[in-house]
Design a binder for this molecule. Structure first.
Ligand code: PMP
Length: 449
């Protein structure tokens, strides 16, 4: 087959050609079966080939697929916005629909800057973020991303947005432990604000659980409370990037809800369309929208396909499917079950340094020496090797960490569709065990604790 589609071969491997997907499984054109333990890129939250979603697609397509957002609204867009307002905490009542997570974080950044402008403050234009973070590939989103690998080539084009240390407890930058650390990494935000000046800062953005750049790094319990307090005390908006963690990935609509935090702006993506449609959103609170609605009356952003009825109808059907089948209430127990099995693998394989995350967004960090947490040399490309070995066995896992970023260790994420059954989790673990056994045998790395 002639391959003209621009894809990046990892370790010179040719990508298999997909045939179809069903539930947690994918089948390529050679008939090989894969268990999708990554939901693609933590996206296929309800699995593949769900008939209800195909019906919703069809229904909407028969009516109308596209109208331009400044000419028409649609029932699908209005109902989706209502559903998101109903499912999210506080008064996060206003959804601005876009097509990708990167567009959502760019929009959130612009909303934050516009919010201050509408209040007559024009100096607040910087957005603070953290190292070991990923908020998207477009230049505004990349400016907010502490992802060295993805930034490197474009640094001259990026905004000078300051970053603070992440709550990466496994490799604490201060060599402290929570809670006695008193959340030094969160308090760094205050130091940064004092250094730069609150009058220059529009917002602080963070992923509730760090995904692509770190491999499911969850913060200590009080971390976001401290962050929110600092933001409020300094008149800085808090943007939660829930593109990966939102849409029930951790059992709640927003991961922020685990810590009783309501952000000023939230971004959703990935699981929102669950891979059935390109759709994402920047969701703003009443506080943010009030001056915008009283002033310019519109968010100064938007794309041709923003809020197209087709994508909106699909995203609505995804949320209705999750609600109807009470999928959210099963995430915690499935996540705990999966996590217990991963902990057992950690006892078996000494190159597993850390198991972390929440719900069905779990991470595994690899180390060359588990007692000293020594990372593998970057050029060893451990993350990519694990991903490739797993794929050979018929298991899809998500690469994160230093295989693509020099800041932190090598890690992978295990984030299967939320619909996965216990039996399928057992199968996932067998395939992961086989992957780690092959890695141990191939590299002569120690197995057996
Ligand atoms: N924010 C987060 C937290 C993400 O994980 C991602 C994608 N990995 C993005 C933003 C960007 O989303 P997209 O790839 O859809 O542009």
């Amino acid at each position: 087959m002639k391959r003209s589609f621009l894809i990046k071969p990892v370790l010179d491997e040719m990508y298999p050609v997909i045939d179809y997907g069903k539930g947690v499984y994918l089948f390529d054109m050679d008939g090989k079966k894969y268990l999708d333990a990554a939901s693609g890129a933590v996206t296929a939250n309800i699995g593949h080939g769900v008939p209800e979603i195909m019906d919703a697609m069809n229904e909407q397509a028969k009516k109308v697929s596209f109208v331009y957002r400044s000419q028409f609204t649609s029932e699908a867009a209005e109902r989706l916005a209502e559903k998101i307002a109903e499912l999210t905490p506080g008064d996060l009542n206003w959804s601005f629909f876009v097509n990708s997570g990167s567009e959502a974080t760019e929009t959130a950044m612009k909303m934050a800057i516009q919010y201050w402008q509408e209040k007559g403050i024009h100096t607040k234009t910087k957005v603070l973020s953290r190292w070991v973070s990923y908020h998207g590939i477009t230049l505004g989103a990349l400016s907010m991303s502490g992802h060295t690998g993805r930034r490197a080539r474009f640094v001259p084009l990026l905004e000078d947005f300051p970053v603070i240390n992440p709550p990466y407890c496994y490799r604490c930058p201060y060599k402290l432990e929570a809670p006695s650390c008193q959340y030094a990494c969160a308090r760094e935000l205050e130091t940064a604000i004092n250094r730069i000046g609150a009058d220059k800062i529009a917002a602080f953005i963070a992923e509730p659980i760090i995904g692509a750049a770190g491999g499911a790094i969850a913060p200590p319990d009080e971390y976001f409370k401290v962050i929110k307090q600092i933001c409020e005390a300094n008149n800085i908006l808090f943007i939660a990037d829930e593109v990966m963690t939102g849409s029930f990935r951790t059992g709640k609509m927003l991961a922020c809800e685990h810590w009783d935090i309501t952000p000023d702006i939230v971004t959703l993506g990935k699981g929102m369309g669950a891979g059935y449609a390109p759709i994402a959103a920047a969701v703003a609170s009443e506080k943010v929208m009030k001056p915008i609605l009283a002033g310019t009356k519109q968010v100064m952003s938007g794309h041709t396909l923003s809020a197209n009825p087709q994508s909106c109808a699909i995203a609505l059907a995804v949320l209705e499917f999750i609600e109807k089948n009470k999928i959210m209430s099963q995430v915690e127990s499935k996540g705990n079950y999966l996590r217990d099995q991963l902990e057992k693998l950690k006892e078996q394989f000494l190159f597993i340094g850390d198991i972390r995350g929440k719900g069905l967004m779990l991470g595994i960090e690899f180390v060359a020496d588990s007692s000293g947490k020594k990372p593998y040399p970057r050029q060893a490309l451990i993350t990519q090797k694990m991903v490739s070995l797993a794929k050979e066995k018929g298991l899809i896992v998500y690469p994160a960490g230093s295989g693509i970023d020099g800041v932190n260790g090598d890690s992978i994420m295990i984030a299967p569709p939320l619909t996965i059954t216990e039996k399928e989790i057992d199968e996932l673990i067998v395939l992961l065990n086989e992957t780690f056994t092959s890695f141990a045998n191939d590299s002569g790395v120690i197995a057996g604790g």
